[in-house]
Design a protein around this ligand. Sequence first.
Ligand code: 5GP
Length: 116
Amino acid sequence: MSEPSIFTRILQGEIPATIVAETDRVFAIEDIAPQAAVHLLVIPKTPYRDVAELAAGDPTLLAEMVAVAHDLAAERADGDFRLLFNTGAGAGQTVFHVHAHLLAGGSLGEKSLVGA
Ligand code: 5GP
């Protein structure tokens, strides 16, 4: 069995992080290296490798992530947001437990392309 991801370890309380939202199947944390005024990571508790695997395996769970992101953008910014999934190392993915970067607040320029 593979090692638990850093996000699973955060969920289990082994690594500290600020959990800002949680449902039965999804949680969200503050990114440790924010790239925008609001930079959160929305993460399914089930560790699919990337968004393509998640969309194929459980599209309802992907939709739940989007709903959580929508609510957080309304709570923490003006409701507008950018949702970004780096998919594959060549695209900047470093943690292979799917997560959406939720970027919001202020003007989101090209700098807010995480991993670019
Ligand atoms: P990726 O590069 O896979 O798209 O995104 C991984 C994200 O996880 C990065 O934005 C990085 O800053 C964040 N990250 C990595 N390790 C930790 C950690 O221990 N705590 C938190 N809160 N974020 C982390």
